[in-house]
Design a binder for this molecule. Structure first.
Ligand code: PEP
Ligand code: MG
Length: 325
């Protein structure tokens, strides 16, 4: 069965009725880009840059960041690379920033909030990313956006940095797409507003599930409540994808849900455009996409939207997958 699965690694992910999606990988270090390619990734849907910062004793310089981003972009040879700006705070600490202890770190001084407060960090990072953009296909996304104001501030800094580089005569790709992670319920709910302004969405289910269900993603005591098949989560995902399509934009997903084979028929039915997961999950998810019919997945969704509990959703999906194989 293992070698049977291998044959899907490098196949394009197209359903039997012609719906083509992009399969990408999540990475945390430049070295993982090569692994992603070996596992059949058609791009990088999430480059978590925080590891570059966590393995240091001080802020990595623009040059050091540039070298790391350039390595990923060059390795991918023209395939898209979505670089996420610093997502520190929450469970990820940076000793040299000496961040204050907080009662609720996941609700606190985190990700884009920190980047907008310490603008010099964001400016340095955006300069390094933009410089790397002239070596391949770069896209940028901001983590933990929870209001339009935050997005607009981040976007304004991005535009400022582009002007700066242009004035200095430094090369970069002036058509770099800029998007946001949708991982806070307020942003999923307001997706129609965001869709008018951003180039793309990437749904981060790891946090979206945690915030929607009020379940700490690190706390095993309440782990039984943490499930991306909760009907409330499914409705949010549906709303985000539809809002983006309404404005002619695309939606990706880079949280753990998209690497779960059981979720594949559901995400086909919802029309998810870009799928970014741990490299090891790619071949199995490709197999399911290749053996599915979009039309049937859309019917499946209609039924699932009538269900009220996580258990019923899981059961429905399991039955569907059994029918497929
Ligand atoms: C997510 O929240 O789903 C996500 C992909 O980001 P991270 O896991 O890095 O918080
Ligand atoms: Mg997240």
């Amino acid at each position: 069965a293992l070698c049977e699965l291998e044959q899907f690694t490098f196949k394009p992910a197209v359903t039997t009725d012609g719906f083509r999606v992009e399969i990408a990988a999540n990475i945390g270090t430049p070295a993982e880009a090569k692994t992603a390619l070996e596992h059949g990734a058609e791009g990088i849907g999430l480059y978590r840059t925080e590891f570059l910062f966590m393995n240091e004793t001080q802020m990595p310089s623009e040059e050091k960041q540039f070298q790391a981003y350039k390595e990923v972009v060059s390795t991918m040879g023209g395939k898209p690379v979505i670089i996420r700006t610093l997502d520190i705070g929450g469970d990820k600490e940076l000793p040299y920033l000496s961040l204050p202890k907080e009662m609720n770190p996941f609700l606190g001084y985190r990700a884009i909030r920190l980047s907008l407060d310490r603008k010099e960090l964001l400016i340095t990072q955006l300069r390094a990313i933009l410089r790397a953009s002239s070596y391949g296909k770069v896209k940028i996304m901001f983590p933990m956006i929870s209001s339009l104001e935050e997005w607009r501030q981040a976007k304004a800094i991005f535009e400022e940095v582009k002007n700066q580089l242009a004035k200095e005569g430094i090369l970069f790709d002036s058509s770099v797409e800029v998007g946001i992670m949708v991982e806070v319920p307020s942003t999923a709910i307001l997706a129609d507003q965001f869709a008018k302004e951003v180039d793309f969405f990437s749904i981060g289910t790891n946090d979206l599930v945690q915030y929607t269900l009020a379940v700490d993603r690190m706390n095993e005591k309440v782990g039984y409540l943490y499930d991306h098949f909760h009907p409330a989560v499914i409705r949010l995902v549906k709303q985000v994808i539809e809002a983006s399509h309404q404005e002619g934009k695309w939606t990706g997903m880079c949280g753990g849900m998209v690497g779960d084979p059981l979720a594949a028929p559901l995400l086909i039915g919802l029309g998810l455009d870009e799928w970014s997961m741990v490299a090891g999950a790619i071949k199995k998810v490709k197999q399911i996409i290749i053996q599915s019919k979009r039309e049937e997945c859309e019917k499946l969704i209609e039924g699932i939207l009538e269900l009220g509990t996580t258990g019923e959703v899981r059961q429905r999906l399991e039955e569907f997958l059994k029918g497929l194989f």
